[in-house]
Design a protein around this ligand. Structure first.
Ligand code: C2E
Ligand code: CA
Ligand code: CA
Ligand code: CA
Length: 277
């Protein structure tokens, strides 16, 4: 217990020194709590708007971001529990919860709304992950093209097994994004081999000094153009960043300059009013 609390405190309050704790013990007890959290619906989603960089920053859709409403520690950010979920294998049921909750929510929004959903590399190794995604799409009656699944570059997909499932997902009509682009160590050939629709520039590069000699933001924009990928910049905090990224060719962006991650109702209020049938 003591160990959990130390870890939560360190995550919840930046700058708080973490006490010593036994990593495995922490993973086990947090894991047990997380299992309850999934079952008892202690998880919830926030939605961060993704906006077009031209067209007056029109809201195109959102990225679903998970939170844990912990009974003792309050709202926890994903970095407090996703790593534990990955180590304990609970990332699979957690990911299923996120997918279901995301599609349920998407079904309630106007038909043109886009939703980006984070998946883990572990999901791609689950037998028939694409089948599970299809079952949820059918259950909630959303259009596959409304959905973009984000795969983080820091947990690179491995050649072979995971490419098949990516092809299956694309066959369903779901789109795929490479998340946190630029932070990982994937070879550029990955961009060529993996069937992608979108790259998301990590916020480190969005926020880099524009006078730096080598601009990763510009390089990624060129790559995206050459490979005909939708380019989205994350972590836009100033109007100057937004304007520069638009000039570089990014089609869309998200970040505190436009909006923080929002509860569903607040996000919904930003959407264009649905044309009456
Ligand atoms: P990410 O996919 O890179 O998500 C974007 C993160 O950047 C979010 O943090 C968001 O709140 C934050 N952010 C957005 N705009 C700005 C900005 O302008 N400035 C700054 N400084 N930060 C900004 P969050 O919600 O804490 O998520 C952290 C990470 O947790 C995500 O990074 C993603 O990798 C992971 N994650 C979140 N939800 C899920 C999920 O449902 N499943 C999985 N597998 N991972 C998730
Ligand atoms: Ca993401
Ligand atoms: Ca990201
Ligand atoms: Ca990131």
């Amino acid at each position: 217990r003591q160990a959990d609390i130390a870890m939560y405190a360190a995550k919840a309050l930046p700058g708080t020194a973490a006490l010593h704790y036994d990593e495995d013990m922490t993973a086990t007890s947090v894991g047990a709590e997380l299992q309850d959290a999934i079952r008892d619906e202690q998880l919830f989603l926030l939605f961060q708007p993704i906006v077009a960089l031209d067209e007056g920053h029109r809201v195109l859709g959102a990225e679903a971001l998970v939170r844990w409403n912990h009974p003792v520690h309050g709202t926890l950010a994903p970095d407090a529990f996703i790593p534990v979920a990955e180590r304990t294998g609970l990332i699979v049921p957690l990911g299923r919860w996120v997918l279901r909750a995301s599609l349920r929510q998407l079904a309630a929004w106007p038909a043109g709304t886009l939703l980006n959903i984070n998946i883990s590399a572990r999901d791609l190794r689950e037998p028939d992950f694409a089948g599970a995604v299809k079952a949820l799409i059918d259950e909630y009656g959303v259009t596959p093209a409304q959905i973009t699944l984000e795969i983080t570059e820091s947990m690179p997909v491995e050649p072979g097994d995971s490419f098949t499932v990516l092809d299956e997902l694309r066959t369903l009509g779901v789109k795929l994004a490479l998340d946190d682009f630029g932070t990982g160590s994937s070879p550029l050939s990955l961009l060529h081999d993996v069937p992608l629709d979108e790259v998301k520039l990590d916020r480190t590069f969005t926020q880099a000094d524009p006078d730096e000699r080598v601009s990763v933001a510009a390089g990624v924009a060129h790559l995206a153009e050459a490979l005909k990928l939708h380019a989205v910049a994350e972590g836009v905090e100033t109007p100057q960043q937004a304007e520069r990224l638009r000039e570089l060719g990014y089609q869309a962006a998200q970040g505190y300059h436009f909006a923080r991650p929002l509860p569903a109702a607040d996000f919904e209020a930003l959407l264009p009013v649905e044309a009456s049938a």
